[in-house]
Design a protein around this ligand. Structure first.
Ligand SMILES: NC(=O)c1ccc[n+]([C@@H]2O[C@H](COP(=O)([O-])OP(=O)(O)OC[C@H]3O[C@@H](n4cnc5c(N)ncnc54)[C@H](OP(=O)(O)O)[C@@H]3O)[C@@H](O)[C@H]2O)c1
Length: 332
């Protein structure tokens, strides 16, 4: 049972050197990431940390804390003394998809200001790329066509953000400061200065009807999987533009292609895909109305997030609840 946060910190929280006396270890389980930089920045927080890299786990019973990114499904259940599973990203869908998730182990996500800033930069870039008509200028260039086009003025562009969490609110506020008409949609009611907000499935239609640019910054859950589909697109104003920087599984790819090819949507900027890397044969590569980036909207910086990972590691060992725990039932 986790103690309240107000519990007195153990002596090694105040004196990390004392931690060496305690037999505990953290395990880096992210086969698709290079571990060197992660281990270096974790150890920079405390040279005494016992950081192991999967599959070299040593004694499985030593492992109290696992750092996860797209781990091999079924592996987590092998660690009987596990006290926390920590995502190496903002999302936790990659952890929750494990059918053998150990019961009762808290899952912590990252929250990092530099990643929030980076995501907002991405969303602003994508919105401005569209409103300054760079997407059309790129198409003109491929045809050697010289054609002046007037930008869309921010005050005439309504940007709708799906998801008003850490990322959505920051991007929304920055767009608002730039003069865009910004609205947001979340699961529960939110009040954000300068924004018109909607909440819940019943309000989705009304929210979509006024979004000239639709930005998806939702977590991937049972409720949001496939939410960017033909029904959603049909409710957007004609000529709307889509930006998806959340997860590839939010988008029904063939529905996007149909909406673009019919002219109902004017274009899309996509950072995430159902299959990554995107296969060479995928039609998105050559579609003139699709701008793509390879899942880089907001990359995790090991140096920036090492302090919060090590803090959580110490907290759970001492019986404190980790920071930024997600609600497994809600899925985010
Ligand atoms: N491409 C990249 O590089 C990259 C980088 C980082 C993150 N991401 C993605 O961005 C996602 C969002 O991150 P975050 O930190 O902003 O998440 P967050 O803080 O957990 O916020 C999630 C937001 O989505 C809303 N939401 C969840 N389910 C909903 C539903 N069924 N209907 C309506 N709204 C719903 C929540 O509503 P409430 O406020 O009512 O709870 C909340 O406003 C991550 O999960 C990750 O997948 C992508």
């Amino acid at each position: 049972m986790l103690k309240e946060n107000k519990a007195v910190p153990p002596h090694w929280l105040l004196n990390p050197a004392a931690q060496k006396e305690i037999n505990m270890a953290m395990l880096f389980m992210a086969p698709k990431l290079k571990s060197d930089s992660w281990v270096k920045h974790l150890r920079a927080q405390d040279s005494g940390l016992d950081v192991r890299v999967w599959p070299e786990t040593g004694q499985a019973d030593d492992i109290e804390f696992i750092l996860c990114w797209k781990h091999p499904l079924g592996e987590l259940k092998k660690f009987q003394n596990l006290k926390c599973i920590a995502s190496l990203g903002f999302g936790v869908d990659h952890i929750l998809r494990d059918p053998d998730l150990p019961q009762g182990v808290p899952i912590a996500r990252l929250v990092d200001e530099s990643m929030i800033q980076t995501m907002s930069e991405y969303i602003l870039t994508a919105v401005l790329y569209h409103t300054r008509q760079f997407d059309l200028f790129q198409q003109d260039k491929s045809r050697k066509k010289w054609q002046a086009r007037r930008p869309l003025h921010p005050k005439n562009v309504r940007v709708g953000i799906m998801g008003l969490g850490h990322l959505g609110v920051d991007a929304a506020q920055k767009l608002h400061w730039m003069g865009f008409q910004v609205s947001g949609w979340s699961r529960t009611v939110k009040h954000v200065e300068g924004l018109t907000t909607w909440a819940g499935a019943n309000a989705l239609q009304e929210f979509l009807a006024q979004a000239d640019v639709l930005v998806c910054l939702l977590p991937l859950t049972r409720a949001t999987q496939g939410i960017l589909d033909s029904r959603t697109f049909a409710r957007l104003p004609a000529g709307a533009y889509l930006i998806n920087a959340a997860r590839g599984e939010h988008l029904v790819e063939e529905d996007l292609l149909a909406a673009l090819d019919s002219g109902h949507l004017s274009g899309a900027c996509l950072d995430v895909f159902r299959q990554e890397p995107l296969p060479e044969s995928h039609p998105f590569w050559t579609h003139p109305a699709i701008t793509m980036t390879p899942h880089i909207a907001s990359l995790t910086d090991p140096k920036a997030v090492a302090p919060q990972l090590v803090e959580n590691y110490r907290r759970v060992h001492s019986g404190l609840a980790p920071l930024h725990v997600i609600d497994i039932e809600k899925g985010y």
